[in-house]
Design a protein around this ligand. Sequence first.
Ligand code: IPD
Ligand code: CA
Ligand code: CA
Ligand code: CA
Length: 268
Amino acid sequence: MNLSQICQDAIAIVKETGIFLKREVEAFDKSNIEYKGAANNLVSYVDKEAEKQLVAKLSLLVPEAGFITEEGTIDKHSDTLNWIIDPLDGTTNFIHGLRIFCVSVALVKGKEPLVGIVYEPNLDECFSAWQGGGAFCNGKPIKTSNVESLQDSLISTGFPYSLAGKITDHLTILQEFVLQSHGIRRLGAAAVDLAYVACGRVEGFYEYNLKAWDMAAGVLLVTEAGGKVSDFNGGDTYLFGGQLVAGAANVHEPMRNLIASYWKNVEL
Ligand code: IPD
Ligand code: CA
Ligand code: CA
Ligand code: CA
């Protein structure tokens, strides 16, 4: 497989959907909100329409690949190769008209991302990577931050739609990051958070209860840009396990240690 070529072709497809999102946010009417089982877990026709566009075009690009998608508009799974798609990452921002959202698409073999694209249409920034090929923003190479300590870092995070049973751990960890870094940001789109780790705008990102579509493209961006990713134990269960800590080379381990010392279910 020519990953570089697949990446270039997929970028064009992902950008078309990003432009669709940018157009739709202008006229979005909140009477179109639907709920996914909880009052704070929002979705709309835009998420589903964006996913259908991506599936139709990516099916033609790599016909043998299956799909793992947030909105479940296609039932075609492969045991080896899948497109993992978040058609609109940052739905809550989108619905409120806050212009921080993106399209996130990855081609994944097993649990190993081969190609990853995160397109943020509001800033017209397209982050892309393929395995072994480096990471790019609008075609220019990007690197994670070379900051040497957590103290000099800006850290982003997110909160899952359900914090049940974990709110105390989460707030303690948040408090420690506020005290031990330059500060905390909550952008509202995990794939944007990861793209920003990859290009050094923030030094690290952590969250739990993430889904594969929130992470698949972004983790490849981070590793190809020179950063590190793991679950809270330092293992590699993140993609389908939900816990993710991603950071610049010098910051990942201090972040992971901080999280692990307050996260009750993590064995130290
Ligand atoms: C959500 C966003 C958010 C993160 C949530 C995700 P969605 O994805 O990435 O930043 O905190 O955990 O579910 O629902 O907007 O695609
Ligand atoms: Ca998402
Ligand atoms: Ca989404
Ligand atoms: Ca969602």
